[in-house]
Design a protein around this ligand. Structure first.
Ligand code: GDD
Ligand code: MN
Length: 380
């Protein structure tokens, strides 16, 4: 009998968790299913899986990777490729993702007809209590905010793109588009495919046994993944910001050369650069997210924000230099860096926020070579 759902579990040295995981999945599930372990372990996890398979009432398959590549994300992708059912559930092997929530995800899929149902820690009812330590939690929160700002359209309906717990309709995902690497396979799937997303809350629990495999290295791969996925927009924003800074100085110098007082020169230069920045952003960076008839609103929002930012930043610079021993150039560099990130988040989340129910053009960095669809053409 064909299983209704394939449960894909990537494992790296999870031997003490396998038996408990399989039995809890069995207790949680009522409909036919299969479990596919994709294992890269150096301990006896594979042996534990084979052992659990003997007594399981549903098929338990083991893909033992001899040449592991792509880490956790690569393993999940291989699992998806090997799955035979219409729906796949991806979950960790350490019981931080409660098996009891699997039917909840699948029920939500049936209710919403979404392509993906994300087990989310960031919707009412969800939580990430099991995430070890305040630092890890802070990093997770911050990267979620920045990532959603970087992919406002694709992640519009997903509050937790970092989640490793989700159900996906197998046919909705084009696996050949994925470049899996690191831990964030859901992000990869959501950004490189056009999917309808629903979420269901869950509580990210404590590890049953063993240790987390998250590391600084995974953090690096995450940043690299972001750069690859969104090379276009963020780097365009950065280039235009840098051009603006140079233009600002040139204008100021030119005005002072014709005897304009330096404060007036600075103000004029700031205003002109802010306007120029806005025009360039409209044209080159957020061209696919403009909503018709809102030009003046966007301009007002962008102009006010940048004006206030300049005031606040200059005030902060003055205060820090006056009150501490930190050198002014270092202070300004840090402030400019923070300002850059905040400005990007603000423009992505507020000025060019996607209108609900309206699907803007596909973005070039994500789907290069595709024919842009007309604005307002509804896809979902
Ligand atoms: N096959 C394979 N290969 N599996 C791996 C590898 C690998 O290289 N690295 C990790 N895994 C498996 C682990 O054995 C575990 O089953 C699962 O992937 C998650 O790894 P953990 O080490 O438990 O990660 P975590 O708990 O720190 O992070 C989890 O939660 C995060 C939420 O903040 C993951 O689900 C992340 O993707 C998620 O972002
Ligand atoms: Mn874990």
């Amino acid at each position: 009998m064909m299983p209704d759902v394939s449960i894909i579990v990537p494992t790296y040295n999870e031997a003490p968790n396998i038996a408990e995981l399989v039995s809890r999945i069995e207790r949680a599930m009522h409909d036919p299913f299969e479990i596919i372990f994709v294992d890269d372990s150096t301990d006896d996890t594979a042996h534990q899986i084979e052992h659990a398979a003997l007594s399981a009432r549903m098929p338990v398959r083991l893909i033992r990777r001899t040449h592991p590549h792509g880490g956790l994300a690569g393993a999940v992708t291989e699992g998806l490729a090997a799955a035979t059912s219409k729906w796949c559930v991806v979950m960790d092997g350490d019981l931080q993702h409660p098996p009891e929530a699997i039917p909840v995800l699948l029920q939500r899929a049936a209710d919403t007809r979404a392509d993906v149902v994300v087990g989310s820690r960031h919707v009412p009812g969800g939580s990430s209590t099991g995430l070890s330590g305040p630092l890890r939690r802070a990093i997770s929160e911050a990267s979620t905010v920045v990532t959603r700002a970087m992919f406002p359209t694709r992640l519009r309906d997903c509050a937790d793109p970092m989640s490793g717990f989700f159900a996906v309709r197998r046919e909705a995902v084009d696996l050949s588009l994925l470049k899996p690497r690191g831990f964030k396979i859901l992000l990869e799937i959501l950004v490189r495919n056009r999917l309808t997303v629903a979420e269901a809350p869950f509580t990210f629990g404590e590890r049953h046994a063993g240790q987390s495999k998250a590391s600084l290295r995974e953090g690096f791969w995450f940043l690299w993944q972001l750069a690859l996925l969104r090379f276009g927009r963020l780097s365009g924003f950065a280039v235009i910001g840098a051009l603006g800074a140079v233009a600002n100085l040139v204008i100021m110098a030119a005005l002072q050369a014709i005897n304009v007082w330096y404060v007036s020169a600075a103000i004029i230069a700031a205003v002109l650069t802010i306007i120029g920045n806005f025009v360039l952003l409209e044209r080159f960076v957020f061209h696919d997210l403009r909503t018709e008839g809102r030009l003046l609103t966007r301009f007002a929002q962008s102009f006010t924000y940048n004006g206030l930012e300049t005031l606040v930043r200059t005030g902060a610079l003055w205060a820090i230099v006056a009150l501490t021993a930190v050198p002014s150039i270092l202070t300004q560099a840090v402030l400019l860096g923070i300002g850059f990130v905040l400005r990007f988040v603000y423009h992505s989340r507020v000025v060019y926020r996607p209108e609900p129910g309206l699907t803007p053009q596909r973005t070039s960095a994500v789907t290069s070579g595709s024919i842009p669809t007309a604005r307002n053409s509804s896809v979902r």
